[in-house]
Write a protein that binds this ligand. Structure first.
Ligand code: ADP
Length: 269
């Protein structure tokens, strides 16, 4: 079975994260075939990106969400290593600036959507506006609860205008997060990646699970589905994400445009 099909969240289903095993590896084992497949995916992505750029009729937007230490940065680093930087841009969404906060929540997002021919990667996204914002009640419930429909409408607009969207939820267990945060505390080279706020956020784990369950249940649509990626094992996370990106680009099937003039009449002097 294609990995995309296996990990896609069926539209309009009530999802419980407890039913998804973050240790799942779809029958793959570390090393060997899994490693070879990742390498193949990365080089395949390079070719498909080239064609996407040449054709310039469609864009691919990859959205990465997940709890702290779920591997959003690592996914960008490993999986995107084969992409040509000229044709892709990574945007990391932080606490909105004063200017961003004075607009609607999708304003800053829309500006970062990739142009046709480009691949855009969002490290966090507009989903923060129904995740952190909901967990910490940064706006009233009446405001954040209207956003699921607004997000679906926004993504539909993009999809209908040539932007294919892939949404990955990097699913780790609470125990795995503990181990990763402890590693960050112990390794001086990685201390910078941790703050007291991260440890405080961990106390809200159950609230985040609830908020993610609503996102995955309400915002997985047939045109723009969510994928729950088992991410306790980094090697499998990289394999699954790269595989689904390749499957999606292959389905988009970008083609090198034909010359609009008679090539045989051209001479380089
Ligand atoms: P990282 O993504 O590596 O964790 P930071 O440590 O700078 O980067 O965290 C970014 C922070 O910005 C996160 O705590 C995230 O919840 C917050 N954030 C992102 N978008 C929003 C938003 N729309 N409203 C409030 N906080 C947000």
């Amino acid at each position: 079975m294609k990995l995309g099909k296996r990990f896609m969240v069926k539209p309009h289903t009530r999802l419980r994260l407890g039913e998804f095993d973050p240790d799942d590896t779809a029958g793959f084992e570390k090393g060997g075939e899994a490693h070879a497949r990742l390498e193949k995916n990365i080089s395949r992505m390079e070719d498909l990106q080239y064609r996407l750029y040449a054709e310039s009729r469609h864009a691919l937007l990859i959205i990465l969400q997940g709890m702290d230490a779920s591997g959003k940065d690592g996914t960008v680093r490993h999986v995107m290593s084969g992409l040509n930087p000229q044709g892709c841009r990574v945007t990391s969404f932080k606490v909105p600036s004063a200017e961003e906060a004075s607009h609607d929540f999708l304003w800053r997002i829309h500006q970062a959507v990739p142009a046709h021919g480009q691949i855009g990667i969002f490290n966090r996204s507009h989903y923060e506006d129904v995740l952190v914002v909901r967990v910490h009640q940064l706006v009233p419930k009446s405001v954040w609860s209207a956003r699921y429909d607004q997000i679906n409408a926004f993504e539909k607009l993009l999809d209908e205008n040539g932007v294919t969207i892939l949404k990955f939820f990097l699913h780790i267990s609470k125990e795995e997060q503990k181990e990763r945060l402890e590693e960050r505390l112990q390794d001086s080279a990685r201390n910078w990646k941790i703050s007291p706020a991260d440890l405080k956020e961990r106390e809200h784990w159950d609230d985040y699970v609830k908020a993610y369950e609503t996102v995955l249940s309400r915002c997985s649509t047939s045109a723009v589905p969510w994928y729950v990626i088992p991410s306790n094992k980094k090697w499998f996370r990289n394999l699954a994400v790269s595989q689904i990106i390749v499957e999606t680009l292959e389905q988009m099937n970008p083609k090198i445009p034909k010359a609009t003039f008679d090539i045989s009449k051209l001479r380089v002097r």
